[in-house]
Design a binder for this molecule. Sequence first.
Ligand code: URA
Length: 241
Amino acid sequence: MTSLPAEAFEELLNDFEDLLLSGVRRPRAVPQAPPSPPLPGEFPAAETLAALAEAIEGCRLCPLGSGRTRAVPGEGVSRPLVLAVGEGPGQEEDLSGRPFVGPAGQYLDKWLSSVGLSRKTNCYIANTVKCRPPGNRDPVPEETQACLPYLNRQLDLLKPRFILALGRVSGQLLSGENVSLSRLRGRLLSYRGFPLLVTYHPSGVLRNPDEYRPLVWEDLKRLRDLLRSAPEAGKTGEGGE
Ligand code: URA
């Protein structure tokens, strides 16, 4: 005698129970496996920024996920001229779930507004890692790599005209060049086909304004001029990652 597989046997019992109790067979819901979280390096399949933010808020792909108060997916308009990419959330961002809300963030808002940009009207602000590194240390490569698929997906959804990388961690990650910030800034680079400029991080400039402020101003003017001269320019299709 051949034995029935367990599921078929259970289905038969269910049908029998239905027939005994009510004389009709009722369709049963097929049990669905819960969606599996993305694996490290796997592209999160979020179709919208909101769905992506939800995925980020549940992320445990690296140890930063277990130390955070809140994840900080990003903030701004959905079709930005500029995607500004910082390093990672600090204490205030970790508490609020919003990027660049502390002193560095207020300074960044001033920079952007000096060239007609704002997270409220034409920019999006994100970070290389979406969860706070303990003690505000720099994120390590394992963390930025684990988090990179989220930034890549943000890029694909946002399609900014320009990326502005803020600071060494973001500049090196996006340019793919392991060189000092002074060698990254002042050049028109690209990441995944999107034009990329690198400048200093607002926290660094707050610590040493005399040295860095004039350089940041040069970079912002360059960004403004590039936006003016190529208002429709977007993805270049060259270079990248
Ligand atoms: N510094 C960053 O790099 N990102 C933030 O969101 C806040 C401070």
